[in-house]
Ligand binder design. Structure first.
Ligand code: BAL
Ligand code: ZN
Length: 876
């Protein structure tokens, strides 16, 4: 594919007025008739032809105003349809007939079949696999959809909008018609047909309209959709209360399917979900699954306003809907759960997924300016960093200012295909601020590094803070401008109270936000009675790396006393990370690792502090991961040494805190019936964190085996199984537990995915053989994306020592898998390949092997544009 540039954007020559689609569904020969009404846009050259997008299409009919059209007037290829000699200004109708094969559609883009159910995925460019169309997000039209199908196998016929009616249709068939009054781009089109069970409910909107809610799942799984329905109703209410946004159709439907490339899709009125993010009950879903379902149901629902009512002008603006909608779902979850604990989880995710992307060969701006394959831009940079950028706008203009800006955005752009500039301008206009420098966050890739130093002058009562920002070079951007970085901060005194400066010079400060705008800034706070401890970037107000050699005693003070729970966790992390980095270096040099007692004692004290919420203490106990340590080291990484060093620190903490952990393990047992709420989940998280330390100090699998045997919910069961498998992979208790688990959940593929994931992350050289053996299991199939992600994806993304074997076998295995998956499902192959995005940071032997594996992929025949785009950028 060729490179598409933002600078080349221009409007279509023809305006699409209406779309009428008729589908005659058949597993292998589905007939699609598209009637499209266009007119030439004013001022466009009357000789300009109409050019429509296609992808692997076969056209069997073409009419112009219901008449046969002369073959000389058009050219049809599998990927485009060009029609000439069209009217200068009056509307005309084009009727296109295509034949498609849903059964053979293994890419899962366009119309395909999943477990006998017809479904669609059109974002970003799947609609052109259904019919020829101006398949771009700035073409908005009103759709009518007629579906004809076999009545017995497809009693259910669904599309976007409101149901118009249905009837019998010849022998054994029936039809249904749907009308969506809201103009929409083709990527939001959806069709579902099949035989599914349903859970039904209703929601009364703030203006008193009754909305029917339906969640469709496979027959027999209806009870497992109850939590998703509850999350949906809470999402609808929250969007009314917090953003003033009301739902706009008579019905809202969600369909769960088992073969899906993404998590879910926000099609207007008819969301299609990966069933993993719908189905839950205590026996089969973990607390994390419940939290994910809540977040994704909310995310897709929130898209109805941020994405659907206001959509994107072009795919460069993807973060306009995704960054904003992630921010909205984060805020929703924070309101439904514990705000600081939610923030810790978000920052952990951002640092472990987005920071490496931003630091490697795949780095790109939140709003890119060019792409070869848009599927490869559904990234953590567009989503998670995009959300952080939205959060910073809220920090800069304040809560009320953010609300005013959002209200103006909806008022100004409802029904539009908008840009990032439109979005930012709403906050500027609503608040009278200038966000020009701030907008660099959308344009400059790379995680800024803020270097910090400070000094206290007792005689003058002055605290001086020096800040310097540096944005590292990234592909295509070697020179960067200084950015506007909003840093929340506090000056913490000995007694845990906060110093209030009498005067400040050297920076704009609004409330507790310091606005760093220059490359270098020195800020002086006067009237500070005693030496304060600086707490910087509270609640992670800016997605930056801080270089700040803060004394361990100061970090321990923050960890124990700051008013912001997030900062307490951050301080603990900052205390632990240098120890872990040093441990890795010592391990690599073959030296003995020594752990600071202060780190261990601070951590153990927080873990045992019953005045703190359990979920927070569980987060505190989770040491920075092996990949966090690798990121901190930056280059020349040896994953084995990182693990050996980290294990030594962990063992020291486990032994020193054994009594506390044993108490926690007993005290935080789930009491009574399981409920998935955040408070109860917190108890389970803390207890299971304690169990993972106890397994180390015990040195035997007995306690974990007992926990496995007595678990009455999936959270505890899978946590115990993880401890057994990761700590005691060779124990008979582990083999027995793995088999018990497998047998018990053999007919539940989503639970078997946990069984795959737990085993594929067992550390060490044996992992590859284990993964290969599991691929021959009858539970595994390469045609289901969830299975492939659970086994192959988890191994490559989340098993640093197993995947990065020094002999390179892990990379060679991945190369084989990528080449095998790519012809069937390029998006899946490309996504899993991004697991190698940090290959250049490995030590020389491993990085040589990694480069060779990437070259093997690059040399593959008939690579998809998805995989070739990723592999070429990685090798550049
Ligand atoms: N639009 C793709 C799926 C999502 O982000 O909601
Ligand atoms: Zn989204």
């Amino acid at each position: 594919g060729q490179i598409i540039h933002l600078a080349d954007y221009r409007q279509t020559d023809f305006v699409l007025e209406r779309v009428d689609l008729t589908f005659e569904l058949d597993p292998t020969e589905t007939k699609v008739e598209a009637r499209l009404i266009f007119h030439r846009r004013e001022g466009v050259d009357t000789a300009a032809p109409l050019v429509l997008d296609g992808d692997e299409l076969v056209m069997t009919g073409l009419l112009f105003d219901q008449m046969e059209i002369d073959a000389a007037r058009y050219d049809a290829t599998p990927d485009s349809l060009t029609i000439r000699d069209l009217p200068a200004s009056e509307p005309f109708e084009i009727t296109i007939t295509t034949m498609i094969n849903p059964e053979a559609n293994t890419q899962l883009m366009g119309l395909y079949r999943s477990n006998g159910v017809y479904c669609t995925q059109c974002e970003a460019e799947g609609f052109r696999r259904i019919t020829y169309f101006p398949d771009r997000p700035d073409v908005l039209a009103v759709y009518t959809v007629n579906i004809i199908a076999d009545k017995a196998s497809c009693p259910l016929l669904l599309s976007n909008g409101n149901f118009l009616g249905g009837a019998g249709y010849g022998e054994g068939k029936h039809f249904a018609a749907w009308f969506d009054p809201h103009p929409k781009p083709s990527y939001l089109f959806a069709l579902v047909a099949g035989d599914l069970g349903v859970v039904e409910d209703a929601f009364t909107t703030m203006s008193g309209r009754e909305v029917t809610l339906k969640i469709y799942v496979e027959h027999g799984k209806e009870a497992r959709a109850a939590y998703a329905m509850d999350a949906l109703k809470r999402s609808m209410k929250w969007d009314e209360e917090v953003f003033g946004r009301e739902y706009d159709l008579d019905i809202f439907m969600i369909v769960a399917v088992s073969d899906f490339n993404m998590g879910a899709m926000e099609n207007k009125g008819l969301n299609v979900f990966n069933d993993k993010y719908v189905l839950a009950d205590p026996e089969t879903a973990t607390d994390q699954d419940y939290a994910n379902i809540e977040a994704i149901i909310a995310h897709e629902y929130f898209h109805n306003w941020t994405g659907n009512r206001v959509t994107c002008r072009d795919w460069f603006q993807l973060c306009l809907k995704e960054g904003l909608t992630v921010y909205r779902d984060h805020e929703f979850s924070a309101d439904q759960r514990s705000r600081p604990v939610k923030r810790i989880a978000e920052v952990r995710h951002l640092k472990s997924e987005q920071f490496p992307e931003d630091a490697g060969p795949l780095a790109h701006p939140v709003r890119p300016t060019k792409y070869r394959e848009i599927n490869n831009f559904y990234t953590t940079t567009v989503y998670e960093k995009g959300s952080e950028v939205t959060r910073m706008i809220a920090t800069i203009v304040g809560k009320d200012g953010f609300k005013k800006g959002m209200d103006l955005y909806f008022e100004r752009h409802d029904g539009d295909a908008a840009t990032i500039e439109d979005f930012v301008k709403c906050f500027e206009d609503a608040n009278g601020v200038d966000l020009a420098q701030f907008s660099l966050w959308y344009h400059q890739a790379g995680t800024p590094l803020v270097s910090v130093s400070c000094a206290y002058d007792h005689a003058k009562g002055e605290f001086t803070l020096s800040l310097e920002q540096m944005i590292p070079p990234t592909p295509g951007q070697s020179v960067k401008e200084p950015m506007h970085i909003p840093l929340r901060f506090g000056l913490l005194l000995e007694d845990g109270s906060e110093a209030k400066a009498a005067a400040v010079s050297g920076a704009d400060i609004t409330g507790d936000v310091l606005h760093l705008k220059e490359r270098r800034q020195t800020v002086t706070f006067s009237g500070i009675p005693s030496r304060p401890v600086l707490v910087l970037n509270r609640s992670f107000s800016a997605p930056v790396n801080l270089h700040f050699e803060q004394a361990p005693a100061d970090l321990a003070h923050i960890a124990r006393h700051d008013s912001d729970l997030f900062s307490r966790w951050q301080a603990l992390n900052d205390l632990a990370l240098p120890s872990l980095v040093e441990a890795a270096s010592k391990a690599r040099a073959g030296e003995t690792v020594e752990t600071s007692a202060m780190l261990a004692d601070t951590l153990i004290a927080i873990a045992g502090d019953e005045s703190l919420e359990p979920a927070f203490r569980a987060q505190a106990l989770a040491l920075p991961s092996e990949s966090d340590i690798a990121r901190e080291l930056g280059s020349n990484n040896d994953p084995d040494a990182i693990r050996t060093g980290r294990e030594a620190v962990l063992a020291f903490i486990a032994n020193r805190g054994a009594e506390v952990f044993a108490t926690l393990f007993e005290r935080h047992r789930t009491q009574g019936a399981f409920t998935p709420d955040a408070a109860n989940a917190g108890h389970r998280a803390l207890r299971n964190a304690a169990l993972s330390y106890l397994a180390v100090s015990d040195g035997t699998p007995a306690r974990a085996a007992e926990a496995f045997a007595s678990a009455d919910n999936m959270t505890d069961l899978s946590a115990a199984l993880t401890v057994l498998a990761h700590r005691f992979p060779a124990a008979t208790e582990t083999a027995e537990a793995l088999e018990t688990f497998r047998a018990r959940f053999a007919d539940n593929a989503l639970v078997i995915d946990k069984w795959f994931a737990i085993q594929s992350t067992i550390p060490g050289d044996g992992a590859l053989a284990r993964v290969q053996a599991l691929m021959t299991s009858p539970h595994f199939t390469k045609s289901n994306p969830n299975r492939v992600r659970a086994l192959v994806g988890t191994f490559a993304f989340s098993n640093p020592t197993g995947f990065n074997r020094a002999d390179g076998a892990g990379y060679r295995f991945l190369a084989e898998q990528i080449l095998e998956i790519d012809p069937k499902n390029p998006q899946l192959a490309a996504r899993i390949l991004t697991s190698m995005r940090s290959w250049r940071a490995l030590e020389a032997v491993r990085s040589d092997h990694a480069r060779n594996a990437l070259r093997t992929i690059a040399a593959g025949e008939k690579l998809s544009s998805d995989v070739s785009d990723i592999v070429e950028r990685m090798l550049k």
